[in-house]
Write a protein that binds this ligand. Structure first.
Ligand code: 9WN
Length: 458
């Protein structure tokens, strides 16, 4: 097995690299070592320094990679996350490890105060959620490691995965339009994406409030690469507004300062119903209701979030009922829906292959998280330009599923090339491929394993 991968950059210049079998075996080893060293009794920490607790969608990505190398850990990872599921079905975006010292992450358990919220689990958690990619992860983990133990694990998880969807459908469909809304940028997983600039600007806050807190992230990562203090002041204001109501969702439309329907979150929500239908078949449950729900979500996503003018999907701000115009990589992620109509797929392929995102059979630069031609494109700052493996991994799956094997292969090679050139970094410079953020980042390792195991065309 060998693969042409790119772009690795030497001295800022693109070089196409060919990874031979030895290189690929070496990469695989690095990924396995990263996952092993981030393993913490029943879950994988995204990063020992920046994120030492358990994160929701990270755990789903971990399970996909772990299934290949340590399948029992894949199930332990998902089981431990779902043990922290709230009574209403929400799967918290952070599960705090009680063994860690106070201050090991900000905002920590004391700020969230989950212990006093109705229906929260015994362990401390945040009150937010993250994109529901867990049913897909469970299905893929099963496919990577089929057998009786995996089937038993799937059966165990199925009701919890259904309850996760029930929470979203029942409590988070704030507009009553069949889509779910996120109540905080952290729920989107793409925290400081330019997509959120407009609704964030409407949240009253002063950067100066951050003087009362000690941010943990800027002690471990370059402050110029992270969200700003004003961003954090607004993040905390939105958390406070939700916490004040015990994290209940009744009345959100009237009172909550941030309410947005996100294309990625909703694509994951629809993708989860497709995955649940397949899990239902495997476990002897009824796939019918999942198929019906999946079709409804895709229809609602197209109706509410597709912008014919730009030919891409955009988030909808429920406070103004307007689409948010920034053309970020979020817009490409509905490709993961197998039933996305062909004309929307075609439009997204135009967007994906445009100068904004540059996906090609041979990519000369990595897939950015934001339109690289936009004036507010920032190649170093978190989700405002840099390249991330999880989003690329989702887009690649969509391209492959919708009959674009050449583009899927180019994106795969580009992602493998990033790790070959820089290691398992959290994210990468979208021009030079230089590694940024945490250097031993677990989802990069997990998804690299998945990419390596798939042939270029899958
Ligand atoms: C806040 C753990 C998480 C990811 C998110 C990513 C980042 C947290 C932070 O790290 O968010 O949840 O402190 O910046 O944006 O997608 O799940 O890896």
């Amino acid at each position: 097995m060998s693969a042409e991968v790119g772009p690795a950059r030497v001295g800022g210049t693109a070089v196409a690299r060919t990874c031979g079998p030895a290189d690929l075996a070496g990469l695989r080893r690095i990924a396995i070592d990263t996952l092993d060293s981030n393993w913490e009794h029943d879950h994988t920490v995204p990063s020992r320094t920046l994120y030492p607790h358990q994160w929701s969608w990270d755990s789903a990505f971990m399970a996909i990679g772990l299934a290949q190398i340590r399948p029992e850990r894949a199930w332990t990872e998902l089981d431990s996350l779902f043990r922290a599921q709230w009574a209403d079905g929400r799967v918290p975006h952070i599960v705090f490890n009680p063994a860690l010292r106070v201050g090991s992450y900000f905002p920590g358990p004391e700020l969230w105060g989950s212990a006093t919220a109705e229906g929260a689990p015994a362990v401390h958690t945040s009150g937010l959620v993250q994109p529901p990619v867990h049913a897909l992860a469970a299905l893929l983990a099963y496919r990577r490691a089929p057998g009786q133990a995996s089937l038993t694990a799937l059966r165990r998880l199925y009701p919890a995965l259904v309850a996760q969807q029930r929470y979203l459908a029942g409590r988070r469909d704030v507009a009553g339009d069949g889509l779910v809304c996120v109540v905080h940028p952290w729920e989107s997983g793409l925290d400081n994406s330019p997509a959120w600039d407009e609704p964030m600007a409407a949240v009253p806050a002063e950067a100066a409030v951050m003087r009362a807190y000690r941010r943990h992230d800027t002690a471990h990562a370059d402050a110029a690469h992270r969200p700003t203090d004003l961003d954090y002041a607004r993040y905390l204001a939105i958390v406070a507004a939700y916490r004040e109501h015990g994290y209940t969702d009744r009345g959100l439309a009237e009172r909550h300062p941030f309410l947005v329907e996100c294309p990625l979150f909703n694509a994951a929500y629809g993708g989860a119903e497709h995955a649940l239908a397949e899990i239902a078949v495997l476990t002897g449950a009824d796939p019918g209701p999942h198929r019906v729900h999946a079709a409804r979500i895709t229809e609602a996503l197209v109706r509410r979030l597709y912008d014919p003018g730009s030919g891409t999907f955009q988030p909808r701000d429920l406070r103004t009922d307007r689409l948010l115009g920034a053309r970020t990589v979020l817009g490409l992620t509905p490709l993961i829906l197998p039933d996305l109509p062909a004309r929307h797929v075609d439009a997204l392929v135009v967007e994906a292959t445009s100068a904004r995102f540059g996906i090609a059979g041979r990519m000369d630069r990595p897939l950015p998280s934001h339109d690289r031609t936009a004036p507010d494109f920032e190649p170093l700052r978190y989700w405002r330009g840099p390249s991330w493996l999880n989003v690329g991994w989702l887009v690649r799956r969509g391209l492959a599923a919708h009959g674009h094997p050449d583009l899927a292969a180019g994106l795969r090679e580009s992602m493998i090339g990033l790790v070959a050139g820089a290691g398992c970094h959290e994210y990468f410079h979208p021009d030079t491929g230089v590694g940024l953020g945490s250097p031993a980042f677990a989802w990069t390792a997990a998804l690299l394993l998945d990419l390596l195991a798939d042939g270029p065309a899958r």
